[in-house]
Design a protein around this ligand. Sequence first.
Ligand SMILES: NC(=O)C1=CN([C@@H]2O[C@H](COP(=O)(O)OP(=O)(O)OC[C@H]3O[C@@H](n4cnc5c(N)ncnc54)[C@H](OP(=O)(O)O)[C@@H]3O)[C@@H](O)[C@H]2O)C=CC1
Ligand SMILES: CC(=O)N[C@@H](CCC(=O)OP(=O)(O)O)C(=O)O
Length: 400
Amino acid sequence: MSTATFNSICFNQGYLRKGAVKISKVKNRGQRVKFYVGGASVLSTKCMQSSEKNKKEVRIGLLGASGYTGAEIVRLLANHPYFGITLMTADRKAGQSMGSVFPHLITQDLPTMVSVKDAAFSSVDAVFCCLPHGTTQEIIKGLPCHLKIVDLSADFRLRDIAEYEEWYGQPHSASELQKEAVYGLTEISREDVKNARLVANPGCYPTSIQLPLVPLIKAKLIEHRNIIIDSKSGVSGAGRGAKEANLYSEIAEGIYSYGVTKHRHVPEIEQGLSDAAQSKINVSFTPHLMPMIRGMQSTIYVEMSQGVTIEDLYQQLRKSYEDEEFVKLLDKGVVPRTHNVRGSNYCFMNVFPDRIPGRAIIISVIDNLVKGASGQALQNLNIMLGYPENTGLLYQPLFP
Ligand SMILES: NC(=O)C1=CN([C@@H]2O[C@H](COP(=O)(O)OP(=O)(O)OC[C@H]3O[C@@H](n4cnc5c(N)ncnc54)[C@H](OP(=O)(O)O)[C@@H]3O)[C@@H](O)[C@H]2O)C=CC1
Ligand SMILES: CC(=O)N[C@@H](CCC(=O)OP(=O)(O)O)C(=O)O
């Protein structure tokens, strides 16, 4: 195989990585990214063989492996050529194998889950932390400094500790560590993620809401007042430990609003939008639980700035995301559907004129477990460790 053909295959598969001898510069997602091949770092097709799966170059620890986002990380890493899971933790399910907790993962060769207190962190390079908020900060503050960490919980997302304590109803015990954390909404903060040791992965609702709104606010195309957000989530958003209210008999054939006026994602959404506006933005936000397993839709009602048209909003979103692999502005008039992103790391969005002059309706959809959690977490760790950010994320949506 010629070098060019090999490079092309590797790049398309996301297998090219940094190495010793520079051979080319490749334009990747709007950035100039250097890729190298040669010397000790030459990749051969061997890197894709299953016999190598236990010898991947980055050793991953997965905390909270027995939950939904943990299981999703395992699914995604099954196709990752460089990240291999060597440590897994659970709480009630410590001592069990992943295959016994999640039979759909029985084919994966994985370590037995241990309790966090028995975990040997010296033998891993990076961790995904898929634990409940509160518990997370207690555990992360005790982790060794050599680890790169992507935290899927809410513990390090809010810069204002007092705001965290107010909205989460508990004290924060790792405020120093919070100062170090980078908020990892990848497409917006990619440059900061590159150099981060601790990334606070965004919440699922805030991801679906900030991706369309941040570029529009930065470009001053929408008013800061009267932003109304109506979001809907699949039940897996509540985690596997969810209680009676999430039983099939209580979710099927119905929909309910919750956290009305006081959902804990409000300060996270407002923090991101206010940063974009460089002034305080308040939003009206109501989440709903839908009788579906995965998926999230945010329908957002905004007032356009004086003289701005729907075409302006559309062109701004096109310009912001045309080089992005995982955020897609649909053709004009096409309505995003959760079905069309299920199981993938995509966010699909579109913008529509309201009947009321001067107003617009924005719709965005994600899979809450992928772009809303584990997929974005993997996208971030790829960047933190210098791998192409799509590595392990090339799943097409599952339809029907
Ligand atoms: N589900 C989603 O769509 C999203 C979730 N998130 C966030 O990601 C994190 C994980 O969510 P998810 O996977 O859904 O949650 P789950 O409830 O499904 O899983 C929680 C995991 O944490 C473990 N755990 C619970 N309590 C403790 C403890 N005291 N000490 C150590 N481990 C513990 C559980 O172990 P065991 O099962 O053995 O008890 C389990 O492995 C949460 O912070 C959540 O808010 C973020 C975005 C979206
Ligand atoms: C359906 C459902 O219950 N969703 C969760 C949000 C999803 C999530 O896990 O958000 P964090 O990452 O901020 O914890 C909720 O409303 O609390």
